[in-house]
Write a protein that binds this ligand. Structure first.
Ligand code: FES
Length: 79
């Protein structure tokens, strides 16, 4: 099963596999997500899954169970 992932606000859509790191899927799609620690502690890489569910994209994988996922990438990180 593949998941259709749409990165916002870019509106770039790419097919991904459940279990793939969100950060890697973004890189494949050509979407830039700022990173720092790559360990889930600095939150530089934070994105929002669906409706306002912030996660660290360097440690969070594409969830199984739905075939479409919106990921909102902050265009103006405040940290
Ligand atoms: S890069 Fe630091 S939490 Fe992801």
């Amino acid at each position: 099963m593949t998941v259709k992932v749409q990165f916002l606000p870019h509106s770039i859509t790419i097919e991904a596999q459940p279990g793939e790191l969100i950060l890697e899927v973004a890189q494949k799609a050509g979407v830039f997500i700022p990173t720092g620690c790559l360990m889930g502690s600095c939150h530089a890489c934070e994105v929002e899954l669906g409706e306002g569910n912030p996660v660290c994209s360097c440690i969070k994988v594409i969830p199984a169970g739905s075939d479409f996922l919106n990921i909102y990438v902050y265009s103006d990180p405040v940290w």
